[in-house]
Design a protein around this ligand. Structure first.
Ligand code: NAD
Length: 471
């Protein structure tokens, strides 16, 4: 058991002797770590430390900041196997994938910033003005459990590069990599107080962070429900916000597409990380003439996936991250049956022999009504809704017919036709014929999926204020 009863404040590990939060392994429900359920006063100490460190950190040279980010990059690389193993156990992602994504993406994202920063124009001329890009101030970072280090790095690296100081409140469900990150940064030249970590419950320490007047920006990734609370709190104090929230993304398979490949691509994306991915393509829109065949293909893939311990190299689908999340997903599967969707594969019962952990059978629903709750609400589990359509216009209307707009996909044998349809989707990114994920492209949502963008220069600019010197 990893005893992490401490917070990282002002460059020191500060022991915590109050209540703690247990971290569970999804495969068997066992307690694998313990972190503080910190109080508001502890969060205030961290905010004070970040505030005190701001003036000098904001005045460092870009070279000094790049040097720290380079040291961080080396640390992330050095500890990659441990990071992959930690997240596989906490979140449930199979180890090989966890190595590529949970440990690999933080390294990749840091590299993109190291490549970009030396040439980034922190000031430019406009007429008789020098326009300067200045750090926004103390940033509160609040993150979810599904890609726990990746989502932190997407905030911490550009915030540090901008010259901001940071208080991080990681998810209480999967907090261990935030400690690894603090250990790595503790070994760099980062001055004390620039980066702080406080663990605890959202309603307590998260609430303190989003309402504190010294915090000038909240960068949040998590549910739309919590994003709402943050937007309200920020409005009272005119704080800057960047919100990365939920999704209900659609994959439009046009009638001329390779059905087998498109269904496979969509379904694989939907169930990655056991469906605990904000961009998951959870609605598969198929022409009515191909609907039954698409269900058959998706159902066969679902039935063939090997569920089990994420540390076993043969496992394709691990457990969900928590018992609560498993219960939510099972409830939605029961709801889908009640709503009259056709259960093609999976179902609400625990997979055979895996009832000790937080496992859910990969589930496919066919003939789903696009206005039903399972087609409108984010489930965050391995559940696919197959929705038939008659015309291209109807497919686009259905795709755009939720409150969300985070991701999407279009498949067609005609690339130009696919691009045209993609251009009509009200969503932050669209994968056209299986185009690859690009860490240099902006990432974020329309509508209830978010405000602001992460990755690349767009991610950096969230942390910059604009000042004009009239000369
Ligand atoms: P969540 O909103 O429950 O929790 C996210 C974070 O917010 C946690 O650290 C939590 O402690 C904190 N929090 C909770 N209540 C709070 C409050 N009142 N004040 C301040 N902080 C509070 O989300 P989750 O269940 O951890 O994560 C799953 C959600 O995250 C899904 O909806 C998913 O789509 C979304 N997500 C979005 C993206 C994206 O980039 N758009 C990426 C990953 C996950």
């Amino acid at each position: 058991m990893n005893d992490l009863s401490k917070n990282y404040i002002n460059g020191q590990w500060v022991d915590w002797s109050g209540d703690t939060i247990e971290v569970h392994e999804g495969t068997n429900g066992e307690v694998i770590a313990r972190v503080p359920s910190s109080d508001r006063a502890t969060m205030e100490q961290a905010i004070d430390a970040a505030d005190a460190a701001f003036e000098s950190w904001s005045e460092t040279t870009l070279d000094d900041r790049i040097k720290v980010i380079r040291q961080l990059h080396a640390g992330l690389k050095g500890r990659a196997p441990e990071i992959a193993q930690t997240v596989a156990r906490e979140v449930g992602m199979p180890i090989k994938l966890a190595g590529m994504i949970q440990a690999g993406m933080p390294i990749k994202v840091t590299e993109t910033y190291l490549d970009m920063l030396p040439d980034y124009p922190f000031s430019e001329q406009s007429g008789n003005s020098e326009v300067q890009y200045a750090p926004v101030g103390v940033v509160g970072c609040i993150t979810p459990w599904n890609y726990p280090l990746h989502q932190v790095i997407l905030k911490v690296v550009p915030a540090l590069a901008a010259g901001c100081t940071i208080v991080l409140k990681p998810s209480e469900v999967s907090p261990q990599t935030a400690y690894i990150l603090a250990e790595i940064l503790d070994g760099t030249d980062l001055p004390k107080g620039v980066f702080n970590v406080v663990c605890g419950h959202g309603q307590e320490v998260g609430d303190t962070l989003i309402k504190h007047p010294k915090v000038r920006m909240v960068s949040f990734t998590g549910s739309t429900r919590t994003g709402h609370l943050i937007a309200h709190a920020a409005a009272d104090d005119f704080k800057r916000i960047a919100l990365e929230m939920g999704g209900k993304s659609a994959s439009i398979i046009l009638p001329d597409a390779d059905l087998e490949a498109s269904v496979k691509g969509t379904f694989t994306n939907c169930v990655m990380n056991s469906g605990q991915t904000c961009t998951a393509l959870t609605r598969m829109l198929v022409h009515k003439d191909h609907h039954d065949q698409a269900c058959e293909i998706a159902g066969a893939i679902a039935n063939g996936l090997k569920l089990g311990d994420p540390l076993d190299e043969n496992t394709r689908l691990g457990p969900l991250a928590s018992a609560d999340q498993r219960d939510i997903v099972v409830k939605y599967i029961k709801l889908g049956i009640e709503e009259g969707a056709r259960l093609v594969a999976g179902g609400p019962d625990a997979p055979e022999g895996l009832d000790k952990g937080y496992f859910v059978k990969p589930t496919v629903f066919g003939n789903v009504d696009p206005s039903s709750r399972i087609a409108q609400e984010e489930i965050f589990g391995p559940v696919m809704c197959v929705i038939p359509y008659e015309t291209e216009e109807e497919a686009i209307r259905i795709a755009n017919g939720t409150a969300y707009g985070l991701s999407g996909a279009v498949f067609s044998s005609d690339q130009e036709r696919a691009k045209k349809v993609a251009g009509k989707m009200r969503t932050g990114q669209v994968f056209v014929n299986g185009g690859a994920f690009n860490p240099l492209a902006p990432f974020g949502g329309f509508g209830h999926s978010g405000i602001g963008r992460e990755f690349g220069k767009w991610g950096l600019e969230e942390f910059l204020e604009v000042r004009a010197l009239q000369l």
